[in-house]
Write a protein that binds this ligand. Structure first.
Ligand code: HEC
Length: 168
């Protein structure tokens, strides 16, 4: 029983290390074709498909009009941390270090709060078109699963991420 536990820990460690590598793995066909289709959508202005993708906002209902991050709310961040511990920390660390997915430190400087809310509320459509997520997918080789966050939960998790990045 103890040996099995050690074995599983070892296995998990290997998985973690392998995600940290920056080697290009030839699963990039998907991202290449996504890049190609968005490039062609740009050149033909009549196309309405992925050429409309806004990498600052992502896909979903959240934008600067309905996400207010002007003040930091410590209570909200504490709630967000609780949610993260149940639904996210099996794959994400609050540091820069990768686990299954990228570490969260710095994410609120890389992405807008409404991009993050759109993404964590419904990851799949954005993974298929967002250039940054395509890069991460190449490294992590796993698509982030939908964790079914509602609006309140998504907002609380963003507040926790802001706290990780030093919001006070
Ligand atoms: C099964 C593992 C897994 C779980 C659970 C998971 N994620 Fe992810 N997450 C990933 C992977 C892998 C990526 C990289 C993009 C991709 O390949 O889908 C990612 C990417 C992200 C990103 C983008 C990071 C960046 O640096 O741009 C955010 C934000 C994020 N996840 C938030 C969350 C939140 C919030 C939860 C919990 C509600 C969560 N994740 C649960 C695997 C996971």
């Amino acid at each position: 029983m103890k040996n099995l536990k050690l074995f599983l820990i070892g296995l998990a460690t290997i998985t973690i290390i392998s995600c940290g590598g920056d080697k290009k793995i030839e699963s990039s066909t998907e991202s290449n074709s996504a890049e190609a289709s968005s490039a062609s959508a740009e050149s033909t202005s009549t196309s309405t498909s992925s050429g409309d993708y806004d990498p600052k906002r992502g896909l979903g209902k959240y934008d600067e009009s309905n996400v207010d991050v002007s003040k930091f709310d410590a209570t909200m961040a504490a709630e967000g941390k609780k949610i993260a511990e149940v639904k996210c920390t099996s794959c994400h660390k609050p540091t820069e270090e990768k686990l299954v997915g990228p570490g969260w430190k710095g994410v609120t400087t890389r992405q807008t709060p409404y991009w993050i809310m759109n993404f964590i509320s419904n990851p799949d459509p954005m993974i298929s078109v967002d250039p940054e997520l395509q890069k991460q997918l190449e490294i992590c080789l796993v698509r982030m699963p939908n964790q079914g966050l509602n609006e309140t939960e998504a907002r609380q998790v963003v507040e926790y991420m802001r706290e990780i990045d030093g919001a006070k």
